[in-house]
Design a protein around this ligand. Structure first.
Ligand code: ATP
Length: 328
């Protein structure tokens, strides 16, 4: 189990980078770390690995305290691996040699099989004998992933592992990689900007905002019951609707997702004006003006800009969608 207790960290005296971060991760769980650029995702991963010394708090991996460079000359525990956004590869050797470098030399036949399996997982079998210097950025990132796995970690920390990988390859790679990690019972924390990584491949999602942890639940729970607009906005265009407009007396604001706004509604409707529309392949995102609010809804057909249209809200359990402002 990974246990993080009230971690605080600052690169400089003037500004704190992370404050009061506590959470735990059970063995074999996959945790996405998500939040806007600069909120501290990479810094947190480096602290978890032991590349940085926390100013406050403690980190334990399976009851062993993770120590930073002030106490540990060579950072990192044996069964913990960190894959950063800079890959440490040998350019003049082949893809398979780069991976095998991290396997024990005692069992060459076994290593061949492991290497084959890993290259298959990252979809690089066809390039096994190609020198790394001839690879694209995305291919290098996949070699680095295979290398990290070759080290047989029990805890794998990935900093934006798919950032160089195109959409075509990414979908299959994500499925294969996370299935491999589950099969091998490898605990994984991965920083990402892609909501699809978080939705489909994390058991829990850790949401960060300005160096703080503002939520830590399953993606389903975050979606169904977002506590803040920041969290709701991770998923898609999000509407914040005052309770009175939803048919109640509440002065609170509630999250309503675009698919929960019905257009051309026949009962209890409100009038909105179409301001713009955006093609999304299988549907349109319709931008509406509702009283003084900007509201987004989906529709399966285009609607003329300027048209007035009747809408209503169709939210199950809307009391769960009450929003609490994040403290500044
Ligand atoms: N070596 C450093 N020295 C000083 N400040 C740093 C250093 N590295 C990062 N920072 C600052 O710490 C904050 C957090 O950076 P970090 O890279 O952890 O964010 P992030 O969430 O991973 O961002 P991104 O999503 O853009 O990768 C930022 O304000 C950044 O400018």
């Amino acid at each position: 189990m990974l246990q993080v207790n009230q971690i605080g960290f600052a690169y400089t005296q003037e500004k704190s980078t992370l404050s009061n971060i506590s959470f735990q991760v059970e063995q074999g769980q996959h945790v996405a770390i998500i939040g806007e650029s600069g909120c501290g995702k990479s810094t947190l991963l480096h602290l978890l690995f032991g590349n940085l010394d926390a100013n406050e708090g403690e980190i334990y991996w399976n009851n062993t305290k993770v120590l930073g460079p002030a106490f540990n000359l060579i950072p990192g525990l044996d069964d913990v691996k960190l894959l950063t956004q800079e890959f440490d590869l040998m350019p003049f050797t082949s893809v398979e040699e780069n991976v095998k470098k991290h396997l024990s030399r005692m069992y060459p036949e076994k290593n061949d099989a492991i290497c084959k399996d890993l290259l298959n997982t990252v979809d690089l079998s066809a390039l096994a004998t190609t020198k790394v210097k001839f690879l694209s950025g995305g291919q290098k990132q996949r070699v680095a992933l295979a290398q990290a796995l070759a080290k047989k970690p029990k805890l794998l920390l990935l900093d934006e592992p798919f950032s160089h990988i195109d959409q075509y390859k990414k979908n299959k790679l994500r499925r294969d990689l996370f299935a491999y990690l589950k099969k091998e019972k490898i605990t994984c924390l991965f920083a990402t900007h892609d909501v699809k990584d978080m939705l489909s491949f994390s058991d829990q999602t850790l949401v960060m905002y300005k160096g703080r942890l503002i939520d830590y639940r399953s993606p389903e729970a975050l979606y169904e019951q977002p506590k803040s607009l920041k969290v709701a906005s991770l998923f898609e265009e999000t509407n914040l609707i005052p309770g009175q407009l939803m048919g109640g007396n509440s002065t609170e604001n509630y999250v309503v997702y675009p698919h929960e706004i019905k257009l051309n509604a026949s009962n209890k409707n409100l009038e909105a004006k179409v301001k713009n529309l955006y093609f999304l392949a299988d549907r349109y995102l319709i931008e509406l003006e509702l009283q003084n609010l900007r509201v987004f809804a989906y529709h399966n057909k285009p609607i003329s800009v300027g048209k007035k249209i009747a809408i209503n809200f169709s939210v199950e359990n809307w009391e769960k969608r009450k929003i609490t402002p994040i403290q500044k």
